[in-house]
Design a binder for this molecule. Structure first.
Ligand SMILES: [Zn+2]
Length: 286
């Protein structure tokens, strides 16, 4: 999965660091990220950007430490939207965040998705939601602080479930209505305030396909920064009936797929794809 990056693990303890020459700089413009190279995926380094700002005679923009992957430190740079054209002239390119997932190496895809999640949080929390005052960075932990009312704003993560509903040797596969992602998926949905993840599983399956479920088993979780989620994977069995009643606003397709028709997980990124192949392989071993 996207977070399985071997020896080079994500070290996300907050540190009040400043960038050095080889630090990796993450710069976003709306839905796009600034790239030094697409194949392999490379981001600009501090020394690249520092040189450019020096040539332009402009001060270096504000940046904040994000995390490390192995020995690489990642920083978020806040560049104004108006500077986007300058980067294209300098030979850099942009990629939509949705397109990043198809690139390699995987640890940089994971770093980009995690940086994007932090970027969205900083971008959307410039002012205090309680009193309207400006929020300031906390110096000792990942928090934004309002000097006027004392409000502390911590990073926002939206928990959501991915559900592999099974019926004998078949698993329920779906396609979303009206979304960019066109491949097969599993039932999924956000946890609402006041419910357990298991209750989310029951509610989402009933809402999307009209099935009751039983025997809910936790599988694995996955950070999915593209959509600011923590995904929780569960398997469960359809209870008593296999007849589907599709919620056409959410889904365009929902169908029972026999385990031997499940395709290989080529990208090795998503919990959804791993759960499908896990189901297939566990049935094949029987
Ligand atoms: Zn406030």
């Amino acid at each position: 999965m996207i977070q399985d990056i071997g020896e080079k693990r994500l070290i996300n303890e907050f540190r009040a660091k400043t960038p050095s020459s080889g630090s990796i700089m993450m710069m976003f413009f709306e839905e796009e990220i600034l790239l030094k190279s697409k194949t392999p995926l490379e981001f600009p380094l501090f020394m690249d950007l520092r040189g450019k700002y020096a040539r332009m005679g402009r001060p270096f923009p504000a940046c904040v430490f994000l995390f490390s992957v192995g020995t690489d430190d990642y920083f978020l740079v806040s560049a104004p939207k108006s500077s986007k054209g300058d980067w294209e002239q300098e030979g850099y390119s942009f990629s939509r965040m949705f397109g990043i997932r198809a690139l390699f190496p995987k640890e940089r895809v994971f770093a980009a998705s995690t940086a994007w999640h932090l970027y969205c949080w900083y971008r959307d929390h410039r002012f205090c939601g309680r009193c309207g005052g400006a929020l300031e960075h906390g110096g000792k932990q990942r928090v934004l602080h309002c000097r006027i009312c004392g409000n502390m704003v911590f990073p926002k993560i939206a928990p959501a479930v991915i559900v592999g509903v099974t019926w004998g040797d078949k698993i329920l596969m779906t396609k979303y209505a009206g979304r960019e992602y066109k491949k097969y998926a599993l039932i999924a949905g956000f946890t609402e305030i006041g419910e357990t993840a298991e209750q989310t599983v029951e509610r989402e399956v009933y809402e999307e396909v009209g099935l009751k479920v039983k025997n809910i088993r936790y599988y694995k979780s996955q950070p999915w920064g593209f959509d600011e989620n923590l995904l929780l994977g569960y398997f469960c069995d359809a209870d008593g009936q296999e007849e589907i009643h599709l919620d056409c606003e959410e889904l365009s397709v929902a169908e029972w797929v026999p385990y031997d028709k499940i395709p290989d997980d080529e990208s090795g990124l998503s919990l959804t794809a791993e759960m499908m192949t896990h189901f297939r392989d566990s049935r094949m071993r029987r």
